[in-house]
Design a protein around this ligand. Structure first.
Ligand code: NCD
Length: 352
C-alpha cells in the first residue's frame, strides 16, 4: 500500500497484516518506540479536528517520529491562494508522510497525485475517512474476536457521515455482514454508496426507526448529524436530535452489543450510557491511535518517489459542488467505473 485514500485501496490480506501489527503494538508498545525514529509527518488539517489530529500526532510520537503541520489553514499559504498541488509538492519535500484533512471531497486523492511521499486521508469532506475505519475495525476485532457474520446498525447522518461510507466500503472485504441503515430518508446513504453495496452484494435494509432494530444488532454505530455539511440550515433543524440512544433503549439490546461512535458526540448518546460496559466509544478512540501507529510504521518508512507526470486539466468533468476538482481546476479528469456507471475518481459522484 502506497497511500491510504479510500479503504478500497486495502486488500483483506493487507488489512490483516496491519491489524496484526496493531495488535502487537497494543500488547507490546515498548517494542515499537523506534519504528519511525528520524521520520517526520506533515499533518495538514484544513478542517477542524481534535481526535484525528491529536491521535495522529500521539501515534507518530509513540513510534519515535516527529510531526509538523497546521490545524488552521488560515495560518498557511493556502490563505494567499496557493494551490493544493504546490502545497503538497513542497511539503512532501520536507516530510516522510503527509496526513491530510480537507473539506473537499477527493482532496486526498488529488494530493496523492503530486506527493513524493505517501498520503493518508484523514477525512475528505463528507466522502471518506479510512483511518477512522481502521480504528473501528480494530475495536470490533479486539472486542468481538472477529468481524465476519456480524449485524451492524449504522445510525444517524448516513448522507454526510464519511466514517459510515468508509466503514461500509471496508466491510465489503468481510463475509456475511448485515447492515441496518438507520436514518431519516433525507439523510440516507448517498447514491455511490448504494451502488457500492449493490455491486458487492452487501446485505442491507434501510429503516427510519432505531428501537425496532436494536435487538438484532451486534454493533450499533451511532453518528452525529454533520451540521457543517448542510447547505440548507432548515434541513439540519429538521434532523437534529432525531436519534438519541439512552439507557432505556439499550435495555432492549443484546448483552454483548458494542455501542460505537467516531466522536465527537453531540446529543445522540446520553451521558448515562457511558458507564454501560457495551459503550466502547472512548476505547475506540484509543484503538484509533494504535491503528495509526501501525499505519505510520509502514507508510512513513517508504522510499521517496517522484510522482508520475499527470495531465493538466482544463475544466472539471464532475458537477458535484463539493468535489475538489471544482476548486483545483488543473486536476486531471480522472474517472472510474462503479457497477457499470462512470464516476468521478476523486469524489465517486456519477458523471452525467
Ligand atoms: C468524525 C469525522 O471527522 O468525520 N470524527 C472523527 O474523525 N473521529 C466524525 C464526526 O465528525 O462526526
Amino acid at each position: 500500500m502506497r497511500n491510504l485514500i479510500d479503504f478500497s485501496d486495502v486488500s483483506r490480506a493487507e488489512w490483516e497484516t496491519l491489524y496484526r501489527r496493531c495488535s502487537e503494538i497494543i500488547d507490546h508498545p515498548a517494542d515499537f518506540l523506534d519504528t519511525c525514529r528520524g521520520r517526520v509527518s506533515a499533518n495538514l488539517f484544513y478542517e477542524p479536528s481534535t481526535r484525528t489530529n491529536f491521535s495522529f500526532q500521539a501515534a507518530m510520537l509513540r513510534v519515535g517520529g516527529s510531526v509538523f503541520g497546521f490545524a488552521d489553514p488560515n495560518s498557511s499559504s493556502v490563505s494567499k491562494g496557493e494551490t493544493l498541488k504546490d502545497t503538497i509538492t513542497m511539503v512532501s519535500g520536507y516530510a516522510d508522510v503527509v496526513v491530510m484533512r480537507n473539506p473537499k471531497e477527493g482532496a486526498a486523492k488529488a494530493a496523492s497525485l503530486y506527493s513524493y511521499v505517501p498520503v493518508i486521508n484523514a477525512g475528505d469532506g463528507g466522502h471518506m475517512h479510512p483511518t477512522q475505519t481502521a480504528a473501528d475495525l480494530t475495536t470490533i476485532t479486539r472486542l468481538r474476536g472477529g468481524i465476519d457474520g456480524l449485524s451492524i446498525g449504522l445510525c444517524g447522518d448516513l448522507k454526510y457521515g464519511r466514517t459510515v461510507h468508509s466503514l461500509i466500503k471496508a466491510l465489503a472485504k468481510f463475509d456475511h455482514i448485515k447492515f441496518y441503515l438507520i436514518s431519516p430518508r433525507e439523510l440516507a446513504v448517498p447514491e455511490y454508496i448504494r451502488r457500492f453495496m449493490k455491486e458487492n452484494n452487501q446485505w442491507n435494509v434501510e429503516v427510519t426507526g432505531l428501537e425496532a432494530v436494536i435487538p438484532q444488532l451486534d454493533v450499533l454505530y451511532m453518528t452525529r448529524i454533520q451540521r457543517e455539511r448542510f447547505t440548507d440550515p432548515l434541513e439540519y433543524e429538521r434532523n437534529k436530535g432525531i436519534y438519541i440512544l439512552n439507557r432505556r433503549k439499550l435495555d432492549r439490546a443484546r448483552k454483548d452489543m458494542l455501542v460505537m461512535h467516531p466522536l465527537p458526540r453531540v446529543d445522540e448518546i446520553t451521558q448515562d450510557v457511558d458507564d454501560d460496559p457495551r459503550a466502547v466509544y472512548f476505547e475506540q478512540a484509543r484503538y484509533g491511535m494504535f491503528a495509526r501507529m501501525a499505519l505510520l510504521s509502514d507508510l512513513a518508512n517508504q522510499e521517496r518517489r517522484r510522482p508520475d507526470p499527470v495531465e493538466i486539466g482544463t475544466a472539471p468533468i464532475c458537477s458535484n459542488p463539493r468535489c475538489i476538482t471544482q476548486t483545483e481546476r488543473y486536476l486531471p479528469p480522472l474517472v472510474k467505473e462503479n457497477d457499470g456507471v462512470t464516476c468521478c475518481a476523486y469524489c465517486d459522484a456519477a458523471l452525467g
